[in-house]
Design a protein around this ligand. Structure first.
Ligand code: DGY
Length: 322
């Protein structure tokens, strides 16, 4: 099918492999210089758009969608869709595509790295050496084994399961909490528990849930108080799953021994944010899926989603909005 009559608006830079493919197939309004597209420019382009290739840097609100009267599909090169007003998409019959599956290993690897950092203080050790202090007493003293410790995963989807496998390779016990218990607990050697039980038992709590109204501030002051004293928190989901102020207080008091996070609220986290004044924190800049291979795969899946939607076929990865 010839798709050259369809206009696809890219809201950010597209990986070269996907860019070439898309450019040959459709009328592509690209933004390969990267950076943030000015609002007026985006709105002018949306007026012509049959499809949007979004790198996740745009909020698809009711108001923005109204600027795109012909829009059939928004395909995001990411798995999360908390930046999209699902009801507004459904009302306008606009399809939504995302990229599950292809980023699972990359995200699980970074999550495991942050878990290891909480236990073994790799970034703190590195900072100690870089400060010229090797040979002097380390401020964090001895570190902690992973073997024999309990990892509590909140959100046991595909990524949570891969994190569990990596933790089990380090001889950790894995418990989890989900909206629903999985059917493969025995095979996976994991145990389903209530959120309260997880917080009370886990030495390390891993957040791998989607952000939605029911998970916003799931880790609030009450939840931190339920955690085992001296436990650690790892967040690779979305910053707003944690109440940043409550986490800051828990870290400052030592109730929470350490927090390692790839996502923050706000995001980006300003360099002068008070969280960064604490010694017991590691922050990476939302880079869990940012490997060459994974970002290429995410970009190609985004193109496949767009092409399928424009051809009237089922998208390989569609988010149900209704
Ligand atoms: C995702 O795909 O949702 C990751 O968080 C990267 O944005």
């Amino acid at each position: 099918m010839n798709l050259k009559n369809y206009t696809v608006v890219a809201t950010g830079k597209i990986r070269p492999c996907a860019y070439e493919k898309l450019k040959n197939m459709v009328n592509l309004l690209d933004w390969q210089q990267g950076g943030r597209m000015p609002k007026e420019e985006l709105e002018a382009r949306l007026a012509q758009a049959d499809a949007v290739y979004s790198a996740g840097n745009v909020r698809f609100t009711q108001e923005l969608l109204a600027k795109a009267p012909k829009l059939k599909v928004v395909a995001q090169a990411m798995v999360g869709y908390d930046n999209v007003d699902l009801a507004a998409m459904a009302e306008r019959n606009v399809l939504l595509g995302n990229t599950p599956g292809v980023l699972v290993d990359a995200v699980a690897d970074l999550a495991y790295g942050l878990l290891l950092d909480c236990a073994r203080r790799i970034t703190q050790g590195d900072a100690h050496v870089k400060a010229g202090l090797w040979g002097q007493r380390k401020p964090f003293g001895l570190t902690s084994d992973l073997a024999g410790k309990t990892l509590g995963i909140i959100g046991m989807g595909d990524i949570g399961c891969e994190i569990a496998i990596r933790a089990q390779a380090s001889k950790m016990k894995v418990i989890y909490h989900n909206r629903r218990q999985r059917e493969d607990d025995e095979k996976r050697q994991v145990r389903y528990v209530s959120q309260e039980e997880l917080l009370a038992q886990a030495d390390f709590v891993m957040l791998a849930v989607n952000l939605n109204p029911s998970t916003k501030h799931l880790m609030n002051a009450a939840a931190f108080a339920q955690m085992k004293p001296g436990a650690c928190l790892i967040n690779i989901s979305r910053g707003a799953v944690v109440d940043t102020e409550a986490m800051y207080e828990a870290l400052k008091s030592g109730r929470l021994a350490y927090a390692a996070m790839d996502v923050t609220d706000p995001e980006p986290l300003p360099g002068e944010h008070k969280l960064l004044t604490l010694p017991n924190v590691t922050v990476t800049p939302h880079m869990a899926s940012a490997t060459t291979e994974t970002r290429d795969a995410m970009a190609m899946l985004t193109v496949e989603n767009i092409v399928a939607a424009l051809e009237g076929r089922a998208m390989p990865a569609e988010v149900k909005t209704k």
